[in-house]
Design a protein around this ligand. Sequence first.
Ligand SMILES: [Zn+2]
Length: 181
Amino acid sequence: MKTKESVLTAGGYTVLVQRKSIKNMYLRVDPQTGWLKVSAPRFTSDRTIADFVGRRADWIEKALTKAREKAAKPVRTFSSADRRAFRAKCEAALQRWQPLVGRRANGFSVRDMKTRWGSCNTRTGHLNFNLKLLDMPPECLDYVVVHELCHLWVNGHSKAFWAHVERVYPDYRRVRKQLRQ
Ligand SMILES: [Zn+2]
């Protein structure tokens, strides 16, 4: 059976309703258009859908605010010149910190990563650095380089690991806090 679409006004919101062969009602904000969408079982009345939406006003406000903020934020893209500049910075930071940490990376890559500032493959000794560090104060890259190099001593974030970090970068807690924001 086909999905039936209609538009409904509920609780001051315009809602796109899709009735289809499902058991429960779902509400979501379409991330592209910012529209509220309800999926409902085929024979749900408009009234039931309006009540359902009305009860979720708090959730809707939060979700809409989030969707708007996301749409307003420009996406940072990195040109090949950015990549080259960042590679050079990483290279320099590695030269500076490797002798102090007492470990050498076996190559590195620069990548636009979503959730991590850097990573270390302890098996191959290959490091990754997040291109977003290019927009941060230089000490942030220094800290991430030290952090990943220290993983070549200790895998994971044990006390022993942080002792290595602190030995070469005593001020690491402050920089770490900056990176978490
Ligand atoms: Zn780590």
